[in-house]
Design a protein around this ligand. Structure first.
Ligand code: LMR
Length: 436
């Protein structure tokens, strides 16, 4: 068992952050000592807002060997929630892990998670932020901004670069981190590079996360990354893994509203079928505007089949052209929508799109891939597939194309899913929405 001496001078004691974490828990609440996080090769920094000689802690402390390495700053202090009048009706704290936590999407998302707008105003949250060696400084910056925001519901923030530590007991894992496709990089290379990341994260979730963790994969190519992740996490139900296609659904709703001249809250029952790629199929056949089938409101079939479909498929690229980078704010909003769709009951008669494991689907879509389909939820974090949708020849033909693309991606990552030797015969038109 490790024993260390706590240096009270606010200089730079050589403590690992697990030691600091423990020590912070032993400090009286009113003393605000802020411990900068460590990762394994760094030394701790400690800064105190009380004069060093005011601090009274034991000179020699026994460390809890199970304490984790990476709580951040003010979040290392412990709070007695029972003592706080306003927290009496709060729910039990939930652990939310976020990868790519120093990136742009996470920068929007984390503050929404901490504010209560995602899980509700009575749901305290612990944020567990996963970064990389390269991003650790930026991650500290994110944690500092979270500290300074004084969110009442934000009870813990921890940061780290080891998924086995960060994913410990995670009940939600929002996996955003991925390498973007660089110049000259083949799609097969991207599938392999990001696939390695998602295989490792799947193994880590399998080892340390809650057995019922819900996983939303955002990093591209998200459907196949989600497949790799779930295949590397056999102890977690495959049904718990999602690839984010909610952004595509939101984009489709916006375009339909624009064409019909209605506010976008009038558009419902929009399914995105298949891959989060330019083969995705935004379904206008089953979609409704003000409760009516879209085709009864928008009579321009050529627009629906060609312009609308292509606009949604390539919206990410159009945005990159304007912004010079891919969508971050709207992606984070769609992650919020995706979570809220799972934790609140789906409105009667409506549904939402999510990329889910295709086994047992009622649409005749190939099994063993992660395919976006229409889902409904009772609000318990789980979902069921919607049965009463119409699939005509137009839709079937396009669903086949996006299915073929996902099957090709799957063959290309067989070495990462435990299904043998990879064979990469990706169709030429396989592109992410942001690639043109
Ligand atoms: C998007 O849809 O905007 C992103 O997935 C961009 C991309 O293609 O990486």
């Amino acid at each position: 068992m490790a024993v260390t001496q706590f240096n009270l001078t606010c200089s730079k004691p050589r403590l690992h952050s697990s030691q600091l974490s423990f020590l912070s828990r032993t400090l009286p609440r009113h003393r605000h000592c802020s411990f900068a996080p460590l990762h394994r090769t760094q030394h701790a920094r400690i800064s105190c807002s009380v004069a060093p000689n005011e601090v009274q802690v034991p000179a020699v402390t026994t460390l809890d060997p199970k304490s984790k390495a990476d709580c951040y700053g003010v979040f290392c202090l412990t709070y007695d929630l029972r003592a706080e009048e306003e927290t009496r009706s709060w729910k039990k704290l939930i652990n939310i892990a976020v990868s790519g936590a120093a990136g742009m999407i996470a920068n929007h998302l984390l503050f929404k998670l901490a504010s209560g707008e995602v899980f509700g105003p009575d749901q305290p949250v612990a944020l567990k932020l996963l970064g990389s060696e390269r991003s650790i400084q930026a991650l500290e910056g994110v944690a500092m901004e979270l500290e300074d925001s004084l969110f009442p519901l934000l009870r813990e923030v921890s940061i780290g670069i080891d998924p086995y530590e960060v994913f410990q007991d995670a009940e939600w894992a929002l996996l955003i981190g991925a390498k973007p496709r660089g110049p000259g990089m083949e799609r097969a290379d991207l599938l392999d590079i990001n696939g390695q990341i998602y295989a490792a994260q799947g193994r880590a979730l399998n080892a340390v996360a809650s057995r019922n963790v819900k996983v939303i994969v955002v990093g591209n190519p998200c459907n196949t990354n989600a497949l790799i992740c779930l295949k590397n996490a056999p102890n977690i139900p495959a049904k718990n893994f999602h690839a984010l296609t909610r952004l595509d659904e939101n984009r489709a709703k916006c375009q339909l509203a624009l064409k019909a001249g209605v506010f976008y809250d009038k558009v419902s029952n929009v399914t995105i079928w298949g891959n989060h790629s330019t083969t995705q199929v935004p379904d206008f056949l089953n979609a409704k505007i003000d409760g009516l089938p879209v085709k009864e409101v928008v009579k321009d079939i050529r627009w629906l089949e060609e312009e609308f479909t292509e606009k949604v498929q390539k919206r990410g690229g159009a945005l990159i052209q304007k912004w010079g980078r891919s969508s971050a704010a709207s992606t984070s909003v769609s992650i919020v929508d995706a979570i809220r769709s799972l934790v609140t009951p789906t409105p009667e008669g409506d549904w939402f799109s999510s990329g889910v494991y295709s086994n047992g689907n009622p649409y005749g879509i190939a099994e063993g891939i992660v395919f976006s389909m229409p889902c409904r939820s009772k609000g318990d974090g789980d979902y069921e597939l919607v049965k009463d949708v119409i699939i005509d020849d137009y839709l079937r033909q396009r669903i086949k194309k996006t299915e073929a693309e996902l099957l090709a991606e799957k063959r290309c990552v067989a070495h990462l899913t435990g299904e043998g030797i990879a064979v990469c015969d990706l169709p030429g038109d396989t592109m992410l929405p942001g690639e043109m």
